[in-house]
Design a protein around this ligand. Structure first.
Ligand SMILES: Nc1ncnc2c1ncn2[C@@H]1O[C@H](COP(=O)(O)OP(=O)(O)OP(=O)(O)O)[C@@H](O)[C@H]1O
Ligand SMILES: [Mg+2]
Length: 336
């Protein structure tokens, strides 16, 4: 089965071809980072306009690269939500138009299911599992007994982990998105110079809170002589990353113990973080749990994960009609 995936939920325009015989044939991403960098965050209207300009040429390019016509596909999968509605609508309308033109089945995918199933692009996933979803807009632990069955065990009370990286990076004068530069600079940092909070550690629920981290970083940074030295910035990055990784892994493994799972997984942009990947691998090994991180290119937004999720839905006989709508918010629901 050959599925075209379309992802336009935020600031990356992406299309991909998943072939059930050979895996991801190609994953094309047109990044808008340069466009939004100047504003320190994503400007929704600019994102929608850029998707509109970039999406169809990317689809043409993908099909040409594989000497395919639309009718050679078996289905189209498109992110229906959550995300920026204007941005989602560009992908959704394009997916519907292409499906109608070539008489192909269409399926709407929950973006978070895509992030989770990115793990399956490079390995056979082991179940039951607990998945830590950590992206720009989400921080939650999901219990997953099989593909298509999702139970949210808890999540953030305020900022998402990706937001915590982005906001602290902004305070340090680092570019947007802040996760990659913090990850890189943390490797040069020395431990123990700063102490940042790890809130709610004794709370019996699976909960995170990252809003206090931003204030704590600001207060520490203000105490230092200005401008900050490269070593100051690296030392703050080291402890910011450490505080976030501590909070996330403590709750992930608590959840894994509660559900007695066989595996843990990471999903979303923050799953690309070196500190988080290393700590999760270490803690999983201690407990005899299976863990392999997703490939870094499939952590941030991409259409390969959406195409693969579409393949899972089509294989289970699920498809949507042309009345499929976008949704800005909404939890990932079980569909099996
Ligand atoms: N190496 C890294 N370390 C830490 N954070 C990272 C790293 N790489 C990317 N990120 C963070 O990942 C986030 C982007 O992830 P993603 O693309 O999944 O988010 P999103 O699509 O905007 O949000 P959502 O998936 O919740 O809708 C950004 O906040 C970015 O800083
Ligand atoms: Mg995302």
């Amino acid at each position: 089965m050959k599925v075209l995936g379309i992802e336009t939920s935020c600031d990356d325009t992406s299309v991909a071809l998943f072939d059930s015989n050979s895996g991801v044939a190609e994953n094309l991403v047109s990044s808008q980072i340069q466009l939004h960098n100047h504003f320190g965050g994503v400007v929704p209207e600019l994102a929608s306009r850029a998707h509109l300009v970039n999406l169809l040429p990317l689809v043409d390019h993908l099909l040409e690269n594989h000497k395919m016509k639309l009718k050679d596909l078996d289905g189209i999968a498109v992110t229906a939500g959550p995300g920026l509605v204007g941005a989602l609508l560009v992908g959704l309308s394009t997916g519907k138009a292409l499906a109608m033109a070539a008489d192909l089945p269409l399926v709407g995918i929950h973006h978070i299911e895509g992030h989770i199933l990115a793990n399956a692009l490079t390995q056979d996933m082991t179940f039951p599992a607990c998945v830590l979803v950590v992206s720009g807009g989400h921080s939650e632990v999901i219990y997953m007994p099989e593909v298509g069955v999702y139970e949210k065990m808890g999540g953030t009370l305020d900022d998402a982990a990706g937001e915590a990286f982005d906001k602290t990076a902004k305070l340090l004068g680092l570019p947007y998105p802040g996760g990659p530069p913090i990850d890189r600079l943390a490797k040069e940092g020395t431990a123990g110079r700063f102490k940042f909070p790890r809130p709610l550690q004794k709370d019996p629920r699976i909960v995170f809170s990252f809003s206090g981290l931003k204030t704590a970083v600001r207060l520490e940074v203000e105490k230092l002589p200005q401008p900050l030295t490269e070593q100051d910035v690296a030392d703050v990055c080291y402890e910011v990353q450490n505080a976030i990784v501590d909070s996330l892994t403590q709750r992930l493994f608590k959840a894994a113990g509660m559900k007695n799972v066989k595996a843990v997984y990471l999903a979303g942009g923050v799953a690309a973080n070196s500190g988080l990947r290393e700590r999760t691998a270490m803690e999983a090994q201690k407990r005899g749990l299976h863990f392999l991180p997703p490939e870094r290119v499939y952590c941030t937004d991409n259409a390969a994960m959406i195409a693969y999720a579409g393949y899972c839905h089509f294989s289970a006989g699920r498809a949507d009609g042309l009345d499929l709508d976008s949704f800005p918010r909404g939890v990932l629901k079980t569909w099996k």
